[in-house]
Design a protein around this ligand. Structure first.
Ligand SMILES: [Fe+2]
Ligand SMILES: [Fe+2]
Length: 195
């Protein structure tokens, strides 16, 4: 994570209502569930929370509610690639909300943001500003998650070209490139619906 990301994460930890989620065992267990490509459900949710927190701050909305809902928006607690009830894209918001209410006391705004974050895939649009923020932040981070292997591939190619023209050629780069291509193949376009 870049320095600015670390600084913002420190800001999240500084808010007790947000820290209680970050520090919760069930939340931390999301690191074991693969979400987008190789990004875990926990890391994806933290990225959405960082983005939602900043957006809410800039717009004068409730940044704590936005960050809390963002942390819990995908709190369904299974690997959707291999388990779960099916129709994951449609069902996971209500599963995440039920799990979240089991562990945390949520406001009306937070409940709405979790339940409706997949709109327009699900029928009902977000009702509050914070819900809209979480939904938009989720979509932006999901796109970034899936573009990560593509960016890495470009970086490897750039480095390889630089070595060819200036510093010699390293066969290790071919191995890097092949592993990046595997990552790219793994990022199944249909999985965007799982956001
Ligand atoms: Fe989701
Ligand atoms: Fe998400």
């Amino acid at each position: 994570m870049k320095n600015s990301g670390m600084k913002n994460l420190t800001r999240l930890w500084a808010v007790p209502e947000i820290a209680e989620i970050l520090d919760h065992e069930a939340f931390r267990s999301m690191k074991y569930f693969r979400h987008h490509g190789r990004v875990s459900c926990r890391d994806h949710s933290i990225q959405v929370a960082l983005r939602a927190f900043g957006m809410a701050e800039r717009l004068g909305a409730d940044r704590v509610a936005a960050a809390r809902a963002a942390l819990l928006h995908d709190f369904y607690l299974y690997d959707w690639h291999t388990s779960g009830p099916g129709l994951h894209g449609f069902r996971h918001p209500s599963i995440a909300l039920a799990n979240a209410q089991r562990h945390f006391k949520l406001s009306r705004v937070e409940r709405d943001a979790i339940r409706r974050h997949m709109w327009p895939l699900t029928a009902l649009p977000p009702r509050y500003r914070e819900s809209v923020i979480v939904s938009l932040a989720d979509k932006a981070v999901t796109l970034t998650d899936y573009l990560r292997p593509v960016r890495a591939l470009f970086q490897v190619q750039k480095k390889r070209l630089g070595q060819k023209h200036g510093h010699g050629y390293d066969q290790g780069d071919d191995r890097d490139r092949n592993s990046r291509l595997e990552e790219l193949a793994e990022a199944d376009g249909n999985a965007l619906l799982a956001g």
